[in-house]
Design a protein around this ligand. Sequence first.
Ligand code: PMP
Length: 351
Amino acid sequence: MSRFLRSDFCHLDVYTPGEQPRDKSYIKLNTNESPFPPSPGVQKAAAEQAQSLQLYSDPECTALRQTAAKQYGLKAENIFCGNGSDEVLNFAFMAFCDASKGIAFPNISYGFYPVFGNLYGLDCTQIPLHEDFSIAPEDYLNLNKNIVLANPNAPTGMLLRVAQIRSILDANRGNVVIIDEAYIDFGGESCVPLIEEYDNLLVVQTFSKSRSLAGARLGFGFAQKAIIDDLNRVKYSTNPYNINRLTLAAGEAALNEQSYYDANCRIIMENRQWTTDALQALGFEVLPSAANFIFARTNQIDGEALYRALKEKGILVRHFSKEQISDFIRITIGTAQQMQALVDAIREILN
Ligand code: PMP
């Protein structure tokens, strides 16, 4: 830390991304990426754009937003593009939360929410999950705070139904409710159709999971025009060219090849069921997941020991040291072969 850092930033708790190791090649089941490459059209579109990198990208992301508008049945004015959904979330925290309007979220959820809260000096209300690790919608009524919920939640993978989210939106008309749908394509029902009805709803999605573009950094915000305008106000005050040309082209091509990604999601959901069954047969408790990962524990070995033993065998999963969930590991769902290797390795470790 230099002696020039502003004093209120000296004690920031920063976000710790999952390991991206370079020492050897692992079966990488730790950061919820897709095991499948981007579709052929994406690779072609990005390669073509590489020839125009001397030019700035389109700050309005016009072509990408128009293509997305068609696919989602919205107007382009309802869509915001971010450099990963993390940027959409960051801009939303900047735009809608200040010291007078704090934010509420579950005490076990995406680790970036408290980091943003801390960065912007917000009063963060962290609401405990139920004992079964589900979110209790009744805990989010009339809070007089903005709210951010991951649906499905991370790292549990557990899903709220749209009717439950509707009850939260109805009881918080004076606050922004952000629904982070990073994992919605693996069996959940999206809240995007609700934006017409609720001027307090911002739905956030990402291309990092179901669309195999984690390395391209692209996310969407969906909301009524006024909220999108607010996000643009922040964007044009920080980084107008936030999406690079390669990513704009890749994102548009991905939307045009949706059936490839839908088929991949179906495979991931099948592999999720297979892995859940296999781990349950080995004595694990596996939370019901609607995401491309599962959260599992066993009383035969603690979470951190299992994480380390798997790493030694060349398989990376994610372990969180937070007390309530330290006996779990989070396993990204990969290909059938990867999941077979995982289950074989766990069987050996338990023996
Ligand atoms: N929300 C949730 C719940 C996540 O798990 C992630 C992935 N770490 C993100 C948002 C951000 O993803 P990205 O910035 O890659 O779109």
